[in-house]
Design a protein around this ligand. Sequence first.
Ligand code: PYC
Length: 404
Amino acid sequence: HGLTGAEWSRAWRAHPMRKSYDVVIVGGGVHGLATAYYLATNHGIRNIAVLEKGYIGGGGSGRNTAILRSNYLTPEGVRFYDRSIKLYERLAADLNFNVMFSQRGHLTLAHNDASLRTMHWRAEVNKLQNVDSEVIGPDKIKELVPYLDTSTTTRYPILGALYHPPGGIIRHDAVVWGYARTADANGVHIHQKTEVTGIDVEGGRVTGVQTDQGRIATPVVVNCTAGWATLISDMAGVRMPVQTFPLQAAVTEPVKPFLDTVVVSGTLHVYVSQTDRGELVFGASVDPFASYSMRGSLEFTEGVAGHVLELMPAVSKMRLLRQWAGLCDMTPDYSPIMGPTEVEGFYVDVGWGTYGFKAGPVSGEAMADCIANQRPPEIISAFGIDRFLQGRLVGEKGAAAVGH
Ligand code: PYC
């Protein structure tokens, strides 16, 4: 509307780095920015630096397939992700930023008796937590997604699906930008192109952070990274049971809207949704070997195209435009690691596997509470790192995206 680039006001500013901050957050994705935002707005803690070695939202927050849902398997997981959905529902108003949340419904298809059984299990756990989720049959699936091949003669017939009406998609960059702008307006300093090179620990407590832009004194460091969770934790001398795997995704050219639900097939290792711009977004499960590579592979493209066509043969003429990868920090039980560690002042919000973006708001809210009140709030009490020592795992594999 007639503004030149120079006239747009900056959504977040660049500041000279202070010599000390009350809290330093490592990682400028949705988790780091949300933690800063809720620390400032819910707890009045504003002397905060968010350090990002690249640009904000350039990691998992800008690489995920923007799917939101809360139809998990464990009561701890369902409650946690449901709180995130509730925060996402009011996020546009809270941040005064259009995040384009479309609650279009989410379908997880079952192609065999074993997965149908897991869908029933999830539906019952979901209902007990007041989360809208039910198992539906092929006729209802066909009504919701006419382009799906629900015939009984396919290689992987669709026997049923877990239907989760509140699930959907959102504009992931807008979520990052909205949190960044509002955190900045509340006094948070966002330092992009600032790489953490060390964490100072003296007498078992954090005293500062070393960066390629100089040292910062601080009593609190929060590791909100994905892909670099073990690297940053190692700097504080804290070991994490995390292995990093790439996950690949792709988009097609845009076409007229025809798909207004999110469709996931665990058996076929694929999920599909259509953006407001008309592109189909495809994703898979993580690559089969641990790696830090963010390059796309032909194997992925062939696999995803084949599987999408088993589900929706009618899209065979659509062309893929782009593919990319993000890094997923997998934990042994497919639940995150959140809260304090054995080093005083060193907190972690890591291990986000393939489900980190959807947890951004609740993680920020809970981590801010944990730091301000110096104890993990109930909603993340099951996700502490000590669960691995105590054998209290929170097994979410049966509900974590597609088969891993
Ligand atoms: O857990 O819904 C999910 C998901 C989608 C893509 C990756 N994970």
